[in-house]
Design a protein around this ligand. Structure first.
Ligand SMILES: Cc1ncc(COP(=O)(O)O)c(C=O)c1O
Length: 438
């Protein structure tokens, strides 16, 4: 049979001209491009946000699996409800109760990771050109979703106490004066990805009040809240308001991301639309994985398991901050009280994106700050993840990073004329040009 093809788009993709306009927002994230290089065993990767799942007891998971298959096998293998498995939604109420959220199982919609919940919320609310407010910086996966719906992410400044309310007020006023429609604020109040800071209790109330007054919905994304090191963070924004907040949770960081189970809690009318959007996208999330998690939560001490994770991440965070203090005193960095990430700022004149190829040559990887901005900002910063490598590997990685930063400082000074031409050049730093990673 002979095939008829449309007018060729380009040499690489003959269908290029047929794509919907919104696909122009689909591009591989900087994190993804990096994974290929950073996953080589000789590289210490401080780049990804992979939870340390080896700290999870495999026996508990296989016990839950055996029990589920012997008692509910056919149901677990069947299509489920678009809203999610009812028994799991009851357990999720308990999980959220740990953080001070009151909700009923009927308020909850489960999803394929909280990433899908971000996508469904964006699908429900965003028209091309709409504005989403988000912290500066913000989660790369959310920025990508908003871009794919042709919305504009507008960043709002933050400091060590999280989003700055005054900056939020100013940004709302500025965007509205320019005639733009703000649909929602997307915020990560606890152990922010990538900034590693936590929104203070006072600011939670103030941010909510600003959004209420301006009829802006709050999307509160909280995958890390239970992973605090010493003290629990302030109660979620959702605990202050049931009507103006969509809350997103996930089992990816407190259990394992391979299950791909997250959830949203939304005001009633929005929840109904979320279910319709979920059904249209995937019919129902995986019954199998939800029922397995439900069994695990029912028959294991999941709170103790989260305690184990806290201990692991606390030790790694300490290793990272100690190593930064020892090897990289020229940088500044945040001091997270939970979660996976430290946000570090380079000395003036250094560029984390340009520096990355040299870092990979030195066998250490990080995520450049630009990945976490929709507008190309963030060059002087980088995200360092301490969740996956061992404390020893973290020390090695930071020591290697110190070599890289030292070389970049030497280069900066040589070109800015502040370095001395009489000083011998450290050959280690100029032996070979770094590879071009595009
Ligand atoms: C802030 C934030 N939101 C959402 C997600 C997506 O998580 P999930 O695995 O639940 O889809 C991540 C994953 O890293 C994240 O850091």
């Amino acid at each position: 049979m002979s095939a008829t093809h449309p007018t060729p788009g380009n040499n690489l993709d003959p269908w290029y001209d047929l794509y919907a306009e919104r696909t122009s927002g689909l591009s591989a994230s900087e994190v993804r491009a990096l994974f290929a290089v950073a996953s080589r065993p000789e590289v210490v990767s401080l780049a990804g946000g992979m939870p340390f799942v080896s700290a999870l007891s495999k026996d508990l998971i296989s016990d839950a699996f055996q029990e589920m298959m012997s008692t509910q096998g056919p149901m677990a293998l069947q299509y489920g409800s678009g809203q999610g498995v009812p028994a799991l939604r009851e357990r999720i109420v308990d999980v959220m109760g740990e953080e001070g959220i009151n909700a009923s199982p009927d308020d909850i919609v489960t999803s394929t990771g909280s990433q899908q919940a971000i996508d469904l919320v964006a699908k429900l609310f965003l028209d091309p050109g709409d504005v989403v407010l988000a912290e500066a910086p913000s989660y790369v996966g959310a920025i990508g979703v908003f871009r794919s719906y042709q919305a504009r992410t507008v960043h709002v400044a933050m400091d060590s106490d999280g989003l700055i309310p005054e900056a939020l007020r100013e940004t709302i006023a500025r965007e509205r004066a320019a005639g733009r429609t703000i649909k929602f604020l997307y915020t990560i109040p606890n152990f922010h990805n990538p900034a590693g800071v936590t929104l203070s209790a006072e600011r939670r109330a103030e941010v909510l009040e600003i959004c209420q007054r301006n009829s802006i919905l709050v999307i509160e994304d909280n995958p890390y809240g239970l992973l605090y090191f010493d003290e629990a963070p302030p109660s979620p924004i959702r605990s202050l308001d049931e009507d103006g907040v969509i809350y997103l949770g996930s089992f990816s960081k407190t259990l394992a991301p391979g299950f791909r189970v997250g959830w949203s809690v939304a005001p009633h009318a929005i929840k109904e639309k979320l279910i319709l959007a979920a059904e249209s996208a995937i019919l129902s999330p995986s019954s199998f994985n939800q029922m397995l998690i439900n069994r695990y939560l029912e028959q294991s001490d999941w709170r103790a398991q989260i305690g184990v994770f806290r201990g692991v991440y606390r030790e790694r965070k300490n290793a990272m901050l100690d190593a930064l203090g020892e090897y990289l005193p020229d940088l500044t960095w945040t001091n997270p009280s939970g979660g996976f990430y430290v946000w570090a700022t380079l000395p003036e004149g250094l560029d984390s994106k340009q520096m990355l190829p040299r870092a990979v040559t030195e066998l250490v990887a990080y995520t450049p700050g630009t990945a976490f901005y929709a507008d190309g900002d963030g060059r002087q910063s980088l995200r360092l993840s301490f969740c996956y490598p061992t404390p020893e590997a973290i020390r090695v990685g930071i020591r290697r990073l110190a070599n890289v930063v030292g070389a970049e400082i030497a280069l900066r000074d040589a070109f800015s004329g502040t370095g001395s031409l009489d000083e011998p050049i450290d050959r280690r730093y100029v032996s070979a040009p770094p590879p071009d990673l595009g």
